[in-house]
Design a protein around this ligand. Structure first.
Ligand code: ADP
Length: 308
């Protein structure tokens, strides 16, 4: 059995407009690399971090906390070292912390001979994610582990559904370089919502899931609407309305906040439209003094994977 493994741990988009805290999908244009290594010495150590300034202490890094959760359950007679090659900027809203949490548990599971299934891996990764977001949720973790689109039906007990990915779907994701604290993005949300808004939102979640099953792009377009969270959170993202308007004019099927922002994603039918949408979104921020990154990504149906 191998003693060392290198993996690609993908970025993910959570919420997907109408599916606040439950829906997510996996990207393949962006992701971290991680190396997980078995050691004779027991325990979990983070031995190298490249790219961003993140804590090396096992209990302060989501990769370490997730690894410890699994380690305490598996009780193996070895230890593990973790190297993190961070490419996903922390706090960008495309699952930077989730990628780290998923990477360590996936890698350790492979090196132990796969004692755990994907749902169990998500459970351990949730313990790490809780460090970054102060609550246990799996909407970024599930798509990173399972690939494609996922729906977290419940976290207690953990119940994850895989939803099919229409083949012509491409995402364009823009990351304006501004800081939004996840806690601030949570606090801004209303405690109660009108029943009529709840009805509209769950109708959209249901129809989006149906549309993904039958590859109905027009129905995807009609379903990608968030009337509950977006009206509040968009205030934290300068020029959100202009970006969304331009993306929709350029042919996007839908445009919404990725996770708790500041990244904004669109879903598009075909690479050509995704490129037009990229140009349209870029134009808005290039007229401001806000720096941005923008990517086109095919939906990653495989999720986290081993690389050589
Ligand atoms: P994102 O949605 O991009 O993951 P979060 O706000 O959920 O952003 O998580 C980023 C926070 O988690 C930062 O405060 C960061 O310092 C902390 N963190 C701890 N360990 C890691 C890690 N390995 N990767 C990314 N962020 C981490």
């Amino acid at each position: 059995m191998k003693n060392e493994i290198r993996i690609f741990s993908p970025a993910t988009v959570a919420n997907v407009a109408c599916g606040f805290d439950v829906l997510g999908f996996c990207l393949d244009s962006q992701g971290d690399e991680m190396v997980i290594r078995k050691t004779k010495e027991k325990g979990i150590k983070i031995t190298y971090i490249e790219g961003y300034d993140l804590p090396y202490e096992t209990d302060k890094n989501v990769a370490g906390v997730a690894a410890l959760a699994m380690y305490e359950n598996a009780k193996p007679d070895c230890g593990f070292e973790i190297e993190i090659y961070k490419r996903i900027k922390p706090g960008s809203g495309i699952g930077s912390s989730a990628a780290s949490a998923v990477g360590s548990v996936f890698g350790m599971n492979e090196l132990l001979g796969k004692p755990y299934n994907k749902t169990q891996l998500t459970y351990f990764a949730m313990k790490g994610e809780a460090l970054a977001s102060k609550s246990e949720h799996a909407d970024n973790l599930a798509p990173a582990i399972f690939g494609g689109f996922t729906l977290v039906k419940s976290t207690l007990p953990l119940d994850i559904l895989q939803i099919p990915t229409p083949t012509e779907l491409y995402a364009t994701i823009i990351h304006p370089q501004i800081e939004i604290k996840t806690s601030e993005a949570r606090e801004i949300l209303p405690k109660n919502i009108p029943l009529k808004d709840a009805i509209a939102q769950w109708a959209n979640v249901g129809s989006l899931v149906h549309a993904l099953h039958i590859s109905d792009y027009k129905l995807i377009h009609r379903s990608l609407q968030d009337i509950i969270v977006e009206p509040y959170r968009k205030q934290l993202i300068p020029h959100f309305d202009d970006v969304k308007f331009s993306a929709m004019e350029a042919g996007a099927l839908g445009c919404a906040i990725s996770g708790s922002g500041p990244s904004i994603f669109t879903l598009n039918k075909g690479i050509e439209i995704a490129k037009n949408v990229k140009d349209a979104m870029s134009l808005i921020y290039s007229k401001t003094n806000i720096d941005f990154d923008i990517h086109i990504s095919k939906i990653n149906t495989q999720g986290i994977k081993i690389i050589n």
